[in-house]
Design a protein. Structure first.
Ligand code: CP
Length: 325
């Protein structure tokens, strides 16, 4: 997709959420409403999961053209727990393998009365392209777009941070790893900015620093110790070897761990009550030591739980928006 990709408004004229394509520009009140709504879907471990009929008679299609465990499974469970019909397109056996375009795939499924498309794709602009083409009553949720955007991850990350740290404006947040290729970091930064966080440190090895234009106000550094100093939140990221370009060299895992891995010793530089986050999938012993991933400061499994609740909140919200149109 080129940069002259179609522009598509994700909000209705009256401010309802029709599509979720990016967190950039979404109003703070909407982020707070989504977090509140998602929290209402949380249940204690061992209790039956939350269920409701918000999606009865609706059809949700999950189209994942890149691998996924958490996002795909949680969207499927979210839709089923709200009593939607759910279609999980098997991309390896779909007609895209025979050359069908993404839009022809969408038109085909739309003709089967799909109401919500959940889309993950390796090309930038695909969610917006689909959103610009679907019928007015249909919604598109971006489930991961190239290196550009992962807004549902950003929302579940905000929700997790809010549970532990009440005032976003007073937080120091360190995101550590392959920031250059990270859609997770982009969406987290956009959400944190809207919530008022001013102290955002982006720690990347040389060569994997982000474009500063994508992170206004953030401090970009190669110095892990400086980035961790006094942090309230430490978010560590996987090296995305699959996204390295030809001129970029594969990173040696052991060397990366030695220089940038989050270990118990390094974590001592952050605040004693700092939380440790990771969007998954994790490479234990590379970007994060196992005893940190499983340690008392880790909120990684909580992120997964919150992800399901947030996806329920999003599905319910876009269907509600449709009913008010
Ligand atoms: N965080 C995340 O997007 O994980 P998956 O790739 O497993 O969906």
């Amino acid at each position: 997709m080129s940069s002259d990709q179609p522009q598509c408004e994700q909000l209705t004229s009256w401010g309802g959420l029709r599509h979720l394509l990016t967190l950039e520009g979404l109003p703070r009140d909407m982020l707070v409403d989504l977090m509140d709504r998602a929290e209402a879907y949380l249940r204690a471990a061992g209790e039956p999961p939350a269920r409701d009929d918000a999606l009865v008679g609706r059809t949700v299609a999950n189209l994942f053209f890149e691998p996924s465990t958490r996002t795909r499974a949680s969207f499927e469970l979210a839709a089923k727990r709200m009593n939607a019909d759910v279609l999980n397109l098997d991309v390896n056996t779909s007609s895209r393998k025979k050359g069908e375009s993404i839009l022809d795939t969408i038109y085909t499924l739309q003709a089967m009365q799909v109401d919500v498309f959940v889309v993950r794709d390796a090309s930038a602009g695909v969610p917006a392209l689909i959103a610009s083409e679907v019928q007015p009553h249909v919604s598109v949720l971006n489930a991961g777009e190239a290196t550009v955007s992962h807004p549902t991850q950003g929302l579940l990350d905000l929700m997790t941070i809010r549970h532990h740290k009440t005032d976003f404006a007073r937080l120091a947040v360190a995101i550590v790893g392959d920031i250059a290729h990270s859609r997770v970091a982009r969406s987290a930064a956009q959400g944190l900015h809207t919530m008022g966080t001013r102290d955002l440190r982006l720690v990347a090895p040389p060569g994997l620093e982000p474009d500063p234009a994508c992170y206004p106000g953030a401090r970009i550094t190669n110095d892990l110790n400086a980035g961790l100093a006094g942090a309230d939140v430490v978010m560590t990221l996987r090296i995305q070897n699959e996204r390295l370009r030809e001129h970029e060299t594969l990173i040696d895992a052991a060397e990366y761990h030695r220089q940038y891995g989050i270990t118990r010793e390094r974590l001592l530089r952050a605040k004693p009550d700092a939380i440790v986050m990771h969007p998954g999938p994790m490479n234990r012993g590379v970007e994060i030591a196992s005893d940190v991933a499983d340690g008392p400061q880790s909120v990684i499994t909580e992120q997964v739980t919150n992800g399901l609740a947030m996806r329920m909140a999003l599905l319910a919200t876009v269907i509600e928006t449709r009913q008010q149109r």
